[in-house]
Write a protein that binds this ligand. Structure first.
Ligand code: PAF
Length: 294
């Protein structure tokens, strides 16, 4: 695996692959890799001849008082995992390689970025869209792979790629979970042993809500209200729990068929997010779900 830190070296490698007619997939990450990231690499290898992984803890997507400084940086372990997973190139730039000190351009996907996580993390999705746009420009991949756990992020990136006419296929890859159901995340490392047991209840709340939707027992607002109460009773401070249309992340109506249940909640000093996607077969009683985060 080639490890490069400098844009000119990255471009040299990409040019050589392009001249040889090879296709390229990009897996953007912030490092501290876990099984969820490695699944992205595995899927990327099925989609393209060469897999580039970027590790860059992107300062512009962290707000004031968030964990940019303390975000886990595990360079050596990450490199070993990527070699074992068969990635071809690791791009690990310094902040100065990505951002000019007087950078003036921000990519903002309006309408999608301000709600849900965006309402609690002002400017977060502008930072994400800007850095992903830059990585796409630098690497010019055929395919970009992102975890479905960050469903709103994926929706923002899909919209950016469409709106900016980027010739890149965006693939969402299923969330990898611990046995307890807890979605894998680099931030799980902040949880104490006791908190980690409670954390699994976030996924439980989503599963319960999904069952209620399938049974058509309650209205969506009532399902959201009960989920928030359940999370509070379990020790979380919920930021939101929303039943949305998976197409545009608007609040779901009774006629929507593709739904995503989005949840974010704080447990101690850790903020967790998770979601479940489900598809109702029709608006009649025979509705079912596909238990896949797609
Ligand atoms: O999901 C992440 O790890 C980050 O938001 C991403 C997409 C690598 C952009 O910094």
């Amino acid at each position: 695996m080639l490890i490069v830190n400098i844009l000119s070296d990255l471009r040299t490698a990409i040019r050589a692959w392009r001249s040889a007619g090879l296709s390229i997939a990009l897996v953007p990450t912030m490092g501290n890799l876990h099984a969820g990231h490695l699944k992205l690499v595995t899927e990327a290898k099925k989609k393209a001849d060469r897999v580039v992984v970027s590790i860059f803890v992107n300062p512009t997507q962290f707000g004031v008082g968030e964990d940019f400084e303390s975000y886990p940086r595990t360079v050596y372990e990450d490199q070993q995992q990527l070699i074992a997973a068969g990635a071809h190139l690791l791009f690990q730039p310094a902040v100065s390689e990505i951002y000019a000190p007087d950078a003036k351009t921000i990519v903002s996907v309006t309408g999608l970025s301000e709600k849900y996580c965006g309402a609690f993390r002002s400017g977060h999705f502008d930072g994400v869209a800007t850095v992903v746009c830059k990585l796409f420009n630098m690497i010019q991949p055929d395919v970009g792979l992102f975890g479905l756990k960050d469903f709103q992020q994926l929706t923002v990136i899909r919209a950016m790629v469409r709106d900016l006419n980027m010739p890149i296929e965006i693939i969402g890859v299923e969330t990898v979970r611990e046995v307890s159901g807890l979605a894998m995340s680099s931030r799980n490392g902040y949880l104490s042993v006791e908190e980690k047991m409670i954390a699994a209840k976030l996924y439980q709340s989503l599963c319960v809500a999904r069952e209620a939707i399938l049974a058509r027992r309650q209205s969506y607002p009532e399902i959201e209200r009960q989920a928030v109460l359940f999370l509070r009773d379990s020790g979380f401070q919920p930021d939101y729990f929303s039943v949305c249309s998976s197409r545009d992340l608007k609040q779901a109506g009774e006629d929507d068929v593709g739904l995503v249940l989005l949840a974010a909640a704080r447990l101690g000093k850790t903020r967790l997010i998770d979601n479940i996607w489900l598809r109702l077969c029709s608006a009649n009683e025979n509705a079912t779900s596909v238990d896949r985060n797609r």
